[in-house]
Design a protein around this ligand. Structure first.
Ligand code: SF4
Length: 205
């Protein structure tokens, strides 16, 4: 049976897809079938109904956060993400919901107001992988499908902040990345900043 949710760090992670619009050289998918001891290979992407059914059987109050992640990019399943957030936020108690993303949501879903839609369903926080201080380095390290991906990631961070949702910008600690320049970019965008160790790049870097 596929692992569509798993626990780590006191959080519950939802594994929505194995697809991604990048191909980062440091992606754990290049080295492993999963993370935290879980095989995250999906034979089928779970529907919103399947996710809601399994979530309905869990005690969600015991988790710090419910995190949309995946062994891939969750905003490739944008409508599923929105539907499950809506359901989670309608539960009793204060369930905190976070999206971990490569920041390509607006490129993947060009007809949508992605940041506003995420805010409107009640998303509490977003963590965006930046991983580079320039487009050149981003393209080299993350190999995005889209030509203008780096600028789109910056725009997505800005749009989410403007929508009023707290954003954390992350980078992986690699010699190719100028951490301090990335930190300044995050500060300028009004986002928190977090440096991941290479071994902690469980999915989205
Ligand atoms: S690290 Fe994240 S953004 Fe990069 S290829 Fe892997 S899943 Fe995609």
């Amino acid at each position: 049976m596929d692992t569509i949710y798993y626990e780590a760090y006191g959080n519950l992670y939802l594994n929505l897809t194995n697809r991604c619009t990048a191909n980062c050289i440091f992606c754990v998918r290049n080295f492993s079938k999963g993370a935290y001891g879980y095989d995250l290979t999906l034979s089928n992407e779970p529907s919103a109904d399947e996710l809601i059914e399994v979530l309905g059987k869990l005690d969600l109050s015991k988790y710090r956060e419910i995190v949309f992640t995946g062994f891939g990019e969750p905003t490739l399943r944008f409508d599923t993400v929105l539907e499950v957030i809506r359901w989670l936020k309608a539960r009793p108690g204060k369930i905190k919901v976070r999206l971990d993303t490569n920041g390509h949501a607006a490129l993947i879903n060009p007809e949508r107001a992605v940041a506003r839609e995420l805010r409107n369903v009640g998303l509490d926080a977003v963590s965006v992988s930046l991983n580079a201080e320039s487009e050149e380095i981003y393209n080299k390290l993350c190999k995005p499908e889209y030509e203008n991906a780096y600028q789109a990631v910056l725009d997505f961070i800005g749009a989410v902040r403007k929508a009023g949702v707290p954003v954390r910008v992350t980078v992986v600690k690699l010699p190719e990345i100028d951490i301090e320049k990335c930190r300044k970019i995050a500060e300028k965008l009004g986002a928190e900043f977090f440096v991941r160790k290479f071994s902690e790049t469980a999915r989205e870097g």
